[in-house]
Design a protein around this ligand. Sequence first.
Ligand SMILES: *Cc1c(COP(=O)(O)O)cnc(C)c1O
Length: 357
Amino acid sequence: MNQPIDLRSDTVTRPTDAMRQAMRDAQVGDDVMRTDPTVIELEERVAALFAKEAALFVPSGTMANLLAILAQTTPGDEILTHREGHIYYYEAGGYASVGGCSVKFVDDADAPKRGVLSADALRSAIRPADIHFPIPKLLTIENTHNRAGGVVWPMDMLGEVCAAAKEHGMRVHTDGARIWNAACALGVELSTLAADTDTISACLSKGLGCPVGSVLVGDRETIERARHKRKMLGGGMRQAGILAAAGLHALDHHLDRLADDHARARSLANDLAECSIFDFDPADVETNLVYAKLAEHAIDAGGDAFAWERTLESIGVLCYAESPTTLRFVTHLDLDDGAIQEAATRISSLGQRAGSG
Ligand SMILES: *Cc1c(COP(=O)(O)O)cnc(C)c1O
């Protein structure tokens, strides 16, 4: 049996020996009492990176997004978002069940790429003040956009949609689980990407390779409200410096290497696009996510993407079916050039067999 190559997600990375050492050596206190020096250092460092007043270390990206909602809305408010945004699609409906908010979708049909929202699209989704309508309070955007293929927001569109939200008295939250990847792909500072957004969540446990953790950043008052809500949700952690130390280590050692993940994703996409199983344009790959659409004949011969996911597993390549037609492959810290080449070789060998149909 081949050693499996795990391309399911960048969350599967395991802490490196050096990261474990940093965790072992961390100074700790009690973060609920606000006396954990390592958590404080991480929060101050991340706030500075994004040029915001304050930051809050939380267990997951899902909690960071939920806290952004709880801190900036009241029950009955409306959240405007993309129909395939993580907050709507993958967070167990927390915006509704915990936040008491409804969602209205902003369409991306007029945008140059999926997942990004024009100012016009936002304006046409906002309904006027009227006793019949909920109050549109928060726009959430996602950078990079996961289900749209890891796409990066163009800077001009980002500024325009945030300005349009502000014109209508709305706050803006950026789900920046992979904001590090967006900054790397564009070659801009994190503070530039955060300049027009009120709050931003960023995952430490994906491309940066930490075992646990996300950070929510924003103005002091909003983050203070989020801190209260974090306690309410049960996210107050005590000697959390053990985990924050991994985050500090990752900022020192794993930020600059994201460009390698992007180069590997492009190389994998090019190899897969040559393989008869798939029918997609590798030029659509902008960061570390490869969404590879199956060719029709491959679905006829080998079943839908869920069946192909199992077939690939049987040859030692782990990936996720994102829909009945599309497989997702993610490059990350634990996969080097050799592993990516080997994955492409294994998949291509299958393509030659299935490709006869
Ligand atoms: C992974 C992810 C999150 C948060 O995920 P957690 O598993 O809760 O940390 C949020 N938004 C996007 C776009 C993501 O990809």
